[in-house]
Design a protein. Structure first.
Length: 149
């Protein structure tokens, strides 16, 4: 029975790996879409360090989950580009949880995703096609990503 429970736990973790999501609150203006690095477009800036309102500094805070990591972080980010000519610089500060991967490092070859931020709120999500394949293959006993422990 332990082997059966372990197998179902691995399928659940593989399913969770398929989608990552983020919610953001704070100053910024950004739009980004991609279907692999070769089909990508975006422009914007999040969490400007010189943002002030009534004497208070405004920071950008994000809450997110992806690839078995989740947490809360503050971030400044600037990005611009089209296809493989893409520049993204991120300066994250983890405030809680287990978050080690941020854009541009979190953007992998087979990800399809989008992000939008307007004024003080934003959201982003990715579907990781290689993780979807890993999830499906797991049902027949295969583990292409090698993450089933």
């Amino acid at each position: 029975t332990d082997a059966v429970l372990s197998w179902f736990a691995a399928r659940g973790l593989d399913l969770v790996d398929v989608v990552s999501v983020r919610l953001a609150v704070g100053p910024g203006l950004l739009a980004h879409v991609r279907a692999t690095p070769w089909i990508a477009a975006g422009i914007g800036q999040l969490g400007r360090p010189e943002s002030w309102a009534g004497g208070f500094e405004l920071k950008l805070y994000q809450l997110g989950w992806g690839l078995r990591e989740g947490g809360v972080w503050a971030e400044r980010r600037a990005e611009i580009g089209l296809s493989r000519f893409y520049y993204c610089e991120s300066d994250p500060v983890v405030l809680g949880g287990d978050v080690r991967v941020f854009p541009p490092e979190s953007r992998r070859t087979w990800d399809v995703g989008a992000e939008a931020h307007l004024a003080l709120v934003g959201a982003g999500a990715e579907v990781r096609l290689d993780e979807a394949l890993d999830f499906l293959a797991g049902w027949i006993g295969l583990d292409p990503r090698g993450d089933d422990g």
